[in-house]
Ligand binder design. Structure first.
Ligand SMILES: [Zn+2]
Ligand SMILES: [Zn+2]
Length: 354
């Protein structure tokens, strides 16, 4: 039976989960946009650590799409869509909080039940995407000519990073340390520098080329974890960092974060951890030294708006973090690059020739 609105004359190609960690590129019938919806053609979508994590967890149902950092062209607008027209180049986020529930009103927008819904059908790694009405009205933006695809694709991840930075409570002149110099670690560096005046940032990273890039992007220091305590002491006159952002995850990272923070500092957990992983910190120190340990998950509408302003003003340009590009058929290759820590941000560009 055909679903309403489906015509088989037109098809598009999209990446879909197959169950477990497998993916497949499949053809799907195109559905025309309903009321409030917008149909777009993808130009580029960033591969995010969360996409990789979902595939590693292997718990996505078959047919499920992935990808949520997309830049696209508007093809067609459903009834009642007034703010967009065919031919507009847009960036769109996949999660939208309701704005009315206890979570939203209490500042936990990213914990809202509505926020969990994926508003991109079937997902970002697809030639065509139907944007749900809620995302069209509050999370889709026209990209000015001054902003490249490579810059705009970072709106969603930059909003996530900005949420963690805001939750850390640090302000002008603070000293921050980032664990991990991958695309999210380096994006933390760029967003911190764009959002907070006089911020001083150090990066702890194993790989030499990533450390060099961190220094080129304005880090005060970039070193391995063995040298980090001395580097932080030098940066903060022996006091310790005001905030430490863990973008690396994994066993031992939390201990390192707590070691590098000052008394009264905040550690922001930004990375996924393995299932069942238990931290081993000493509770007495946490209590006596008034340390805060907070999680930060995704970014809400407010952070998206603030990150967009930073991009429009020119304060934030993360396009230099794009290291590789593949088309849909190159998705497995992209995964290998990320898993092998050989890439920073990989863009999936369906229109790209091999
Ligand atoms: Zn993401
Ligand atoms: Zn809500």
């Amino acid at each position: 039976m055909k679903a309403a609105g489906v015509t088989n004359e037109e098809e598009y190609r999209a990446l879909a989960c197959r169950g477990g960690g497998e993916t497949v590129v499949e053809r799907r019938p195109l559905r025309r946009p309903g009321a409030g919806e917008v149909l777009v053609s993808l130009r580029a979508c960033g591969l995010c650590g969360t996409d990789v994590f979902k595939l590693e967890a292997g718990d996505q149902p078959p047919g499920q799409g992935l990808g949520h950092e997309g830049v696209a062209m508007v093809d067609e607008c459903g009834a009642g869509v007034g703010s967009f027209s065919p031919g507009d180049r847009v960036v769109v986020a996949h999660h939208v909080p309701c704005g009315e529930c206890a979570y939203c009103l209490g500042g936990s927008e990213t914990m809202c039940e509505g926020f969990r819904e994926n508003r991109l059908e079937p997902g970002g790694f697809s030639e065509k995407i139907l944007i749900a009405a809620e995302a069209v009205s509050s999370a889709m933006r026209i990209i000015p000519d001054t902003l490249s695809d490579d810059s705009a694709v970072f709106l969603e991840p930059a909003a996530c990073v900005l949420r963690g930075i805001r939750r850390s409570g640090i302000g002008p002149g603070a000293a921050a340390v980032i664990l991990g110099g991958g695309s999210m670690g380096l994006l933390h560096l760029l967003v911190l520098k764009a959002a907070i005046a006089g911020i001083r940032v150090g990066i702890v990273e194993l790989l030499k080329d990533r450390r060099e890039l961190a220094l080129a992007l304005g880090a005060e220091f970039a070193c391995g974890s063995g040298e980090a305590p001395d580097a932080v002491d030098t940066l903060t006159s022996g006091r310790g960092a005001d905030a430490v952002f863990d973008t690396a995850g994994g066993p031992g990272a939390l201990d390192t974060c707590l070691d590098l923070g000052r008394r009264g500092s905040t550690v922001v957990l930004f990375a996924h951890a393995g299932a069942g992983e238990q931290p081993g910190y000493e509770r007495e120190g946490l209590f006596r030294e008034e340390r805060r340990l907070i999680g930060s998950y995704s970014g809400g509408v407010k952070e998206q708006a603030a990150a967009w302003e930073l991009m429009l003003s020119g304060a934030l340009d993360a396009s230099g973090l794009v290291s590789d590009r593949v088309n849909l058929d190159g998705f497995e290759e992209a995964l290998e690059l990320v898993r092998g820590r050989k890439a920073l941000k990989v863009l999936i560009e369906p229109g790209r020739e091999d």
